[in-house]
Design a protein around this ligand. Structure first.
Ligand SMILES: NC(=O)c1ccc[n+]([C@@H]2O[C@H](COP(=O)([O-])OP(=O)(O)OC[C@H]3O[C@@H](n4cnc5c(N)ncnc54)[C@H](OP(=O)(O)O)[C@@H]3O)[C@@H](O)[C@H]2O)c1
Length: 340
């Protein structure tokens, strides 16, 4: 099956291509970039030299279609006009941006500052987290892949939402690749290396999608606050999601084990051991753990992911596998790197 990658010169675009070079079914036939149009893929991604002979094409050329699936790794606000055109020519889409993640069209006005031009597509789009929406992804022609901070938060907190918490505070530590490949004052190396600092501590956009999904699991509206922290590493996102709730650790362990039973990419830690970003880097795994202090009525869920894989390209390919009727682990059984 043939695949186009839009925004292929960026970090998530590069990860999509890297992972798809070893995929037994999907073949990347189109890769877009404005800066590198006409140049081989390795001009933007030197680590992929010798692995594929494809050259970058323009967005206009890519819009002519001729492939089965499109993976969009473009900045927010770009997919909303591209997606309807691709669907019209019969291409199925996985969008890694935020343009189709939210069900409520009004939320785009308040959280992203623009009116959503295709509210009907928001209804049809499926939030691309296989652990929550596997059956809907099978039938979807548009999947909206989650943000990386939202992925870590939701995976850490989903069993807590089911247990009945009302309010979740997610403290996420995330590496610099989250901010994309174009350096800014806050993200270039001298500013970012060695940093540990919060950003967008109130109003982070991923919290609205996390709230949407965790409320759905809870079966009622619950509140979610995400406070991301920039840390000095390149890859990895780690969420510690806290709430006030009285439960002992044995019961908590059973809740996590039950929620994630049979999930191929979620590894639940044993009671008393905790996830570590270093144990998932380079892989599509999410390591999930928990802790409670019954006396203080404090409960915490943890999740460690590689933000560019389970938080982006790997999760998108997992959805793509499901949409194509393949085993969802196809091409994704990469063991984590160690040491990393
Ligand atoms: N980084 C992460 O950890 C992560 C995780 C989950 C989701 N995402 C989402 O994935 C998407 C891509 O993120 P990224 O980190 O890969 O960003 P990135 O490294 O900045 O890449 C963006 C890509 O889009 C292209 N592009 C930028 N402006 C464009 C325009 N006006 N027209 C056409 N192409 C344009 C860029 O290539 P040219 O400039 O060469 O055209 C590049 O290929 C974003 O929506 C992001 O939120 C990222």
């Amino acid at each position: 099956m043939e695949v186009a990658v839009f925004g292929a010169s960026g970090y998530t675009g590069g990860e999509l291509i890297r992972l798809l070079t070893i995929h037994p079914v999907f073949n990347v036939v189109v890769a877009t970039s404005r800066e590198y149009v006409g140049k081989p893929i390795y001009f933007a991604h030197p680590h992929l030299k010798g692995l594929l002979s494809l050259k970058f094409s323009s967005l206009d050329k890519a819009m002519e279609g001729g492939y089965d699936f499109a993976l969009l790794a473009l900045p927010h606000g770009m997919s909303r006009d591209i997606v309807p055109k691709l669907l019209e020519i019969g291409v199925k889409v996985v969008d890694l941006g935020a343009d189709f993640r939210l069900k409520d069209p009004d939320a785009y006005k308040s959280w992203y500052g623009w009116e959503h031009p295709y509210p009907d597509l928001l209804e049809r789009a499926v939030y691309g987290m296989p652990e929550l929406h596997r059956e809907d992804i099978k039938k979807a022609n548009l999947v909206a892949s989650p943000g990386c901070n939202a992925t870590a938060t939701i995976l850490a907190a989903a069993p807590l939402a089911k247990l009945g918490v009302d309010y979740l505070i997610s403290d996420v530590k995330v590496g610099s690749s989250e901010a994309g490949s174009k350096p800014t004052k806050g993200t270039h190396h001298p500013e970012r290396s060695g940093a540990i600092r919060p950003y967008s501590p109130s109003g982070h956009r991923h919290q609205v999608e996390a709230e949407q999904e965790l409320s759905r699991i809870a079966g009622r509206g619950i509140r979610v606050s995400i406070i991301p922290h920039s840390v000095g590493s390149v890859r990895g996102a780690f969420a510690s999601v806290h709430s006030i709730f009285e439960i002992d650790e044995g019961e908590l362990w059973r809740a996590y084990a039950k929620f994630y039973a049979g999930e191929p990419f979620v590894r639940v830690m044993q009671k008393g051991s905790y996830p570590n970003v270093k144990s998932v880097l380079g892989s599509n795994f999410a390591d999930v753990g928990f802790s409670s202090d019954k006396e203080l009525a404090r409960v915490t869920g943890f999740a460690a992911i590689d933000n560019l894989i389970k938080g982006a390209a790997g999760q998108a390919i997992q959805s793509l596998n499901i949409m194509a009727g393949l085993d969802e682990t196809t091409g994704l059984k990469l063991p984590p790197l160690s040491p990393a």
